[in-house]
Design a protein around this ligand. Structure first.
Ligand code: ATP
Length: 369
């Protein structure tokens, strides 16, 4: 068992920056867990704290039930892969992969055999005598992974390991890494600022802001039911529509359209309360005829997305509503349209603090701070 338990973890840098702020988090054995958030939210500091590369200022870290809070990195049984791979340029690929085993004083023949076997599994078999400078970016990334895999750690810690790859290779590496982690079953913490990467790869993910976790859940939960406008605005390849709205008894008025109040918001909002209406462009449909509950506007921009298009509808008063439309149904710019939300997909947030007040979906169990 190699679950990771963080209890009231704090990392305060000199000068008073709380990069990790009283954080509670449990990552299950064998789980692929993504840490996501904007630049400076504390993802890397949290990962480095688990690795032992930062000395925490408060709280505790256990791995597989063992308190590692004060242990040196080498005694934690974790392997970290960095964004820049951190391969030794003067060593061959074989020696790079075998390096952690050398530190552990594994005999030369055994560590070379282990390095060769791991390299073979990661399609690096023909490259063992090369130096990192003679490898492509993707090959360097695999060499860094092989080095992490060869020493059979209890935990993998990945700090944006795909961000130096070009878009195509990145997609391939994503699938490859996911499969590797699943085959090995090693508990993995993966830091990224790319929401698509976190959604695609993780079993569960946490969205961080200013040293704290704003939301934790499966990619589906976080995508479909962000619990704050902060998370709603951060997740999704097309930005969520977040529109000023007001509650009027059993209805919500948004950009001139009147919609039913979502069931789960009943009893949680006051008559006349200002709220934020939220719906993903993918959960809106565009009609060419006046439609009840539809937000009316003029098609301002049509962006080709390959399969389908993203339409920006200008609803007046500086309100833009975005809707995705299927291939072949792209409207002409300048024409009138009505954006209709699927009622079960509408979310309402408090105008004041941006917290979710209701949706028609059941509330998933949430843990974490
Ligand atoms: P990025 O995605 O840009 O790497 P991040 O989410 O990983 O960002 P961290 O690098 O963990 O964020 O930084 C968290 C906060 O701690 C930031 O405000 C940063 O300025 C601060 N910080 C990081 N390292 C130090 C340091 N050595 N001394 C002081 N402050 C630091």
């Amino acid at each position: 068992m190699a679950d990771i338990v963080l209890n009231q973890l704090v990392k305060e840098y000199p000068g008073g920056v709380r990069a990790v702020d009283s954080l509670d988090l449990t990552i299950a054995d064998g789980e692929f867990f993504a840490l996501l958030g904007p630049s400076g939210c504390g993802k890397t500091t949290l990962l480095r704290s688990i690795a032992g590369l930062e000395t925490v200022t408060g709280g505790s870290i256990t791995i597989g039930g063992r308190d590692v809070t004060r242990l040196a990195p080498g005694d934690r049984d974790v392997a970290m892969v960095f964004q820049d791979y951190a391969l030794f340029p003067h060593m061959t690929v074989r020696d790079n992969i075998a390096y952690p085993l050398r530190i552990k004083k594994v005999a030369k023949a055994e560590r070379h055999a282990k390095a060769d076997e791991t390299a073979e599994g990661l399609s690096l078999g023909g490259l063992l005598e090369r130096r990192p400078g003679q490898l492509s970016g993707g090959q360097q990334q695999r060499a860094a992974l092989a080095r992490a895999v060869a020493c059979h750690p209890q935990v993998f810690l990945f700090d944006e390991p795909l961000s130096n790859l070009d878009a195509r290779l990145r997609l391939e590496a994503r699938t490859f890494l996911k499969r590797l982690q699943r085959d090995l079953g090693v508990t993995t913490v993966f830091v990224t600022h790319d929401q698509a990467e976190a959604l695609a790869m993780s079993d569960r993910m946490a969205v961080m802001q200013a040293g704290r976790i704003r939301q934790i859940g499966t990619p589906k939960e976080v995508f479909q039911r962000p619990t704050s406008t902060f998370v709603a605005g951060f997740i999704g390849s097309t930005p969520m529509n977040l529109l000023d709205a007001a509650v009027d008894r059993d209805t919500v008025t948004v950009a001139g359209a009147v919609l039913p109040l979502p069931d789960s918001a009943r009893g949680h909002v006051r008559d006349g309360e200002k709220v934020v209406f939220a719906a993903r462009p993918e959960y809106l449909t565009l009609r060419a005829e006046p439609t009840a509950g539809g937000i009316e506007g003029v098609v301002a921009i049509v962006e080709n997305m390959g399969v389908g298009a993203l339409v920006s509808l200008d609803a007046g008063d500086d309100v833009i509503v975005q809707v995705t439309v299927p291939e072949g149904q792209e409207p002409e710019p300048g024409t009138r349209g009505w954006a209709v939300a699927a009622p079960e997909r509408v979310l309402l947030y408090r105008a004041g603090d941006g917290e979710l007040v209701g949706s028609a979906q059941p509330e998933p169990a949430l843990t974490g701070s």
